[in-house]
Design a binder for this molecule. Structure first.
Ligand SMILES: [Mg+2]
Length: 382
C-alpha cells in the first residue's frame, strides 16, 4: 500500500482535518491543528507530505521518526501538531487495513468505559451553577471551568475573593455530588498561584490545571509542595522530551498532552507510559474535534493511568459546529453517565461526513483566541 494524497479541510468552529488516501482505497483521517493557527499547521502538513507520498503507510514508526528527525529542526507546537494529525491518519489506515480498532493494535483494552468531563462557565466564568444542573440531569458529574479572568502578576484581595467565592458556591450547591477541575489557563503568576492554591484547597478540586505557564514549569514542584491539590499540565508541551523534565522534577499529578499537538498516538502512548512509571495520571487535553477525541480515546483505553478525558461537546469555542456535526457514527460517541465506551469501528473509530465537511470548508473560520488586556492597557494572558 502506498500513500497517494493528503487533503486538508479547514472548517468551523476552528478545526483542521486531514485525509490521507492510499492506492488501495483505504483512507485515514487526522486532526492536525493549533487553535487559532490552523493555516500555519495546514502549511506544515503539506510541506511534510514530500516525505509521505509514495510511502508505505503501515510503517508508522519509521514515518514518525522521518517527520520528526528528518528536518533537523524539530519540536514545537506547529511541527508537532502537523506530525500529530498525520500520525492519527496513519493509525486510522492501519486499523482499517487490518479490520480492528487502534486500541487492539496497542495491546487491547485495559478498561471498558472511559470517564469524560464537561466544560462549564466559558471564558469568563458565569452561570456555572445552572449549567452544572443541566449537565447533571444528563448524567455528568465531573466538570471543569476557568479559575479566573485576567489576573495581574500581583493582584488584590478582591480578585482572590472572586475566584474563591465561585468555587465555594459550587461546592456549597452540590456538596460532593460533583467533582471539578479548575483551569488556571496560564493566567496566574507564580506568586498568585501560591495564594490561590492555598485558598482553594478546602474545596477539594480534582486538580488545578496549568497552575502557571509552561514556561514556568520549574515551579510545578515547589507549588505542589505547598498544596494538597493535584496539579495538572501538558496541553502546551509537545513531546516526550519536554515531558521527561517535568516528570523527573516532580510536582505534576496529571499529564495532559494533546493528541493533536504532541505528536499523535505514537508519541502520546509513550508519554502515558512515562507518566505511569512516575505514578502520574494521564488525562488528554481535547477541546478539539471528533478525530482528535477518537485518537485520545484509543490511548485512554490502553493506558492504565488514564484518569479523565476532556471532550468538547457544547464547549464555549464551538460556534458554527459542535463535536459530532461532521460525524456519521454519532451513536458510537454516546456518553452514559459521562462515560464513553471504546469506539467499536476499525481504525480511529470515527466515520467522517466528508460531504458536510467539504461544504463547511468552503467557508473556513477565522477563529482567534481573545486578546485580553489588563486595566492599565498591558497584555493579559488569556
Ligand atoms: Mg487548559
Amino acid at each position: 500500500m502506498k500513500i497517494v494524497r493528503l487533503s486538508t479541510y479547514h472548517a468551523a468552529p476552528r478545526w483542521l482535518f486531514l485525509k490521507v488516501e492510499t492506492d488501495e482505497g483505504i483512507t485515514g483521517w487526522g486532526e492536525p491543528v493549533i487553535e487559532g493557527r490552523a493555516q500555519t499547521v495546514e502549511a506544515a502538513v503539506h510541506e511534510l507530505s514530500d516525505y509521505l507520498i509514495g510511502q508505505d503507510p503501515s510503517r508508522i514508526n519509521d514515518l514518525w521518526q522521518t517527520l520528526y528527525r528528518g528536518g533537523f529542526y524539530r519540536g514545537g507546537a506547529v511541527l508537532m501538531s502537523a506530525i500529530a494529525g498525520i500520525d492519527q491518519a496513519l493509525w486510522d489506515i492501519k486499523g482499517k487495513a487490518l479490520g480492528v480498532p487502534v486500541y487492539e493494535l496497542l495491546g487491547g483494552k485495559v478498561r471498558d468505559r472511559m470517564k469524560t468531563y464537561r466544560w462549564v462557565g466559558g471564558d469568563r466564568p458565569a452561570d456555572i451553577i445552572a449549567q452544572i444542573h443541566e449537565l447533571k440531569a444528563l448524567g455528568f458529574d465531573t466538570f471543569k471551568f476557568n479559575g479566573t479572568e485576567e489576573l495581574r502578576l500581583i493582584d488584590n484581595a478582591a480578585a482572590i475573593d472572586a475566584a474563591v467565592a465561585k468555587v465555594a458556591e459550587i461546592r456549597g450547591a452540590f456538596a460532593n455530588d460533583v467533582s471539578f477541575g479548575i483551569d488556571f489557563h496560564g493566567r496566574v503568576s507564580v506568586p498568585m498561584a501560591r495564594v490561590l492554591l492555598r485558598e482553594l484547597e478546602p474545596y477539594r478540586p480534582l486538580f488545578v490545571e496549568e497552575p502557571v505557564l509552561p514556561e514556568q514549569s520549574e515551579y510545578y514542584r515547589r507549588l505542589a509542595d505547598s498544596t494538597s491539590i493535584p496539579l495538572a499540565a501538558g496541553e502546551r508541551m509537545y513531546s516526550r522530551f519536554e515531558f521527561k523534565q517535568v516528570l523527573a522534577d516532580g510536582g505534576l499529578s496529571i499529564l495532559q498532552p494533546d493528541l493533536s499537538h504532541a505528536g499523535g498516538i505514537t508519541e502520546c502512548f509513550k508519554i502515558a507510559a512515562m507518566a505511569e512509571a512516575y505514578d502520574v495520571g494521564f488525562a488528554p487535553h481535547c477541546p478539539l474535534g471528533p478525530v482528535a477525541l477518537a485518537a485520545c480515546l484509543q490511548v485512554d483505553f490502553v493506558a492504565h493511568n488514564a484518569v479523565l478525558q476532556e471532550q468538547s461537546i457544547g464547549i464555549h469555542y464551538n460556534n458554527g459546529a459542535d463535536l459530532l456535526d461532521y460525524v456519521l457514527n454519532k451513536e458510537d460517541f454516546r456518553c452514559d453517565n459521562g462515560d464513553i465506551a471504546a469506539l467499536p469501528k476499525p481504525g480511529l473509530g470515527v466515520e467522517m461526513d466528508e460531504q458536510r465537511l467539504l461544504e463547511a470548508s468552503r467557508h473556513p473560520p477565522a477563529w482567534r483566541n481573545p486578546l485580553w488586556r489588563h486595566a492599565d492597557g498591558s497584555i493579559a494572558e488569556w
